[in-house]
Design a protein around this ligand. Sequence first.
Ligand code: ZN
Length: 602
Amino acid sequence: MVRGTSKAAPVRAIIRPLNLAMHEVEVVLTLPPGAAAEGAVLALPAWTPGSYLVRDYARFLDRLAVRDEQGRALAADKLDKQRWRLPAARGPLTVTYRLFCNDLTVRTNHVDATHAHLVGAATFLYLEGQGQRPVTVAFEGWPADWRVASALPQSGGTWLAADHDTLVDSPFELGTFRNHAFRTGGCAFEVAVTGPHPGDEARIVAGTRAIVEVCAKLFGGFPFKRYAFLLTFSPGNRGGLEHRDCTSLLADPLELDRPEGYWDLFLLIAHEFFHVWNVKRMRDPVLGPFDYQRENPTRLLWFHEGCTSFMQYGLVLHAGVAPWSWVARKLAASWADNVQRAGRLEQSLEEASFDAWIRHYKPTEFSANSTVSYYDKGAMVAWMMDAELRLASGGRQGLPDLFRLLWDRHGDGPVTDADLRKAFQALSGRDPAPFWDAYIQGRAELDAGPIARAYGLAMTLRAPWETLPEAEAADPEALRRARAYAGLTLGQPSPAIRNVAPGGPAARAGLGYGMEILAVDGYRTASAQEVQRRLGDGGPGATLPVLAAHLGRVATYRVTLAEDPTRTVQVALEPAPGPAQRAARAAWLGPALPNPRRGSRR
Ligand SMILES: [Zn+2]
């Protein structure tokens, strides 16, 4: 849906490179006559929507200067970390400032000699109380062969944002990116690809098209006329940030050496594109319009992010761009993590959502023991929710139908927890309270039962000694090592302690975060692998001296090993599904549905 353009005179922004190698750009804002007639406050957002962390973008802004129509310098009064009061001026004012742009993520500015990725929140000062004013953006002085990709409409080299919210929601990519375009469902799509990679770009574009078409089928079309994927390849990077009419994506080029790299990229694309509906349009009222100056906590990230993180699997399966065998492994690994993470006993999904700003986005050594991820646990609870809806409908209806119902009811507008409960009740015919009490507001253990019944799917838990290769399983020493457990997570390759399982052998011995293990049972240990090996030699029940350094002092801790309680999970479809289970599988897995007689395709 296109937002109406305000009649107010626009702010004009010009962005120039100052020094590409030094990652510096200059922004020149021209405020129209009247904008500061009685004085006005210019502010820079502290954060960007979709990434729930106060980033204090103003720390990258300096050399702020204000001039009147005659070019006379005027004083601006800095009010706090990110706001400036302008002097009263009847005529236009010019505001100039420098930005340092050297953080290549989807939520920060990055400018160098190869490209520029500019995030609205980190780039554009706005006039407080005048957010409805349109903003035009032009680029001057950039390399002659660079182009600009943006979801904003453009005319004669000037991009137009209807208001400040739209500007913040519309990142710019500048450079010599390769532009791919396709049309489907009456909408124009662009895929701007930056950076070298060894992969098949045509395959990436075709897969992207298949994913957007699955979404259009689910929601009955697209809520825009134009959409842009801004995809940048950079080694070691992965990330995505959703916007209403575009998404910024970062991917590791080396991952495209393997089929899994494509599958994972498609999962990311599906995730961000699903946000077109879930969070960018249907959203907690807190999530737009935003207060850019401070945290905007919501209790619904388990829905906006967790449910999206489950839906992404169905989207890639229906699009035929990733195999079920891989999805089954991903789901199994996530289930195993979430049913064993110590933090599951400490924090609910709703609490994890609300505290995203200070917990998920500010992780510490303590995180695994004190928090859950609203992404990962949210996806597992979404899976259970899908299963509950399938069980109530003979397999026909699930989470996709819940999203369609919400879209039909709420469209581009606020959705509350009460709305979600009502939709769940409408589809399942059941009181939503017990499910919410247990898994969303509460900390109940995840239950694989409904999932198993809904799809005819077996989740098998296996101990470490049950997954040994055949030769090792026959060796009593190897078995003993596999059974030994200290409850320690070590950094790689340094044997520093990254985590200690609460109540586990290492914790009972007094070992803690950050200690460096020097020796086990009298043997020098120089790597995490050596520590695990020496601890394993003792086997369950053995007590071994562990020499560890902490804050410059060395001490011996006596660790009594236990039997390893950790489990891996395997997910497999049962060979003889009933009719409701067949219907549930067909709806969830689509064309990726394995032939039941052959088992899952590998
Ligand atoms: Zn997301």
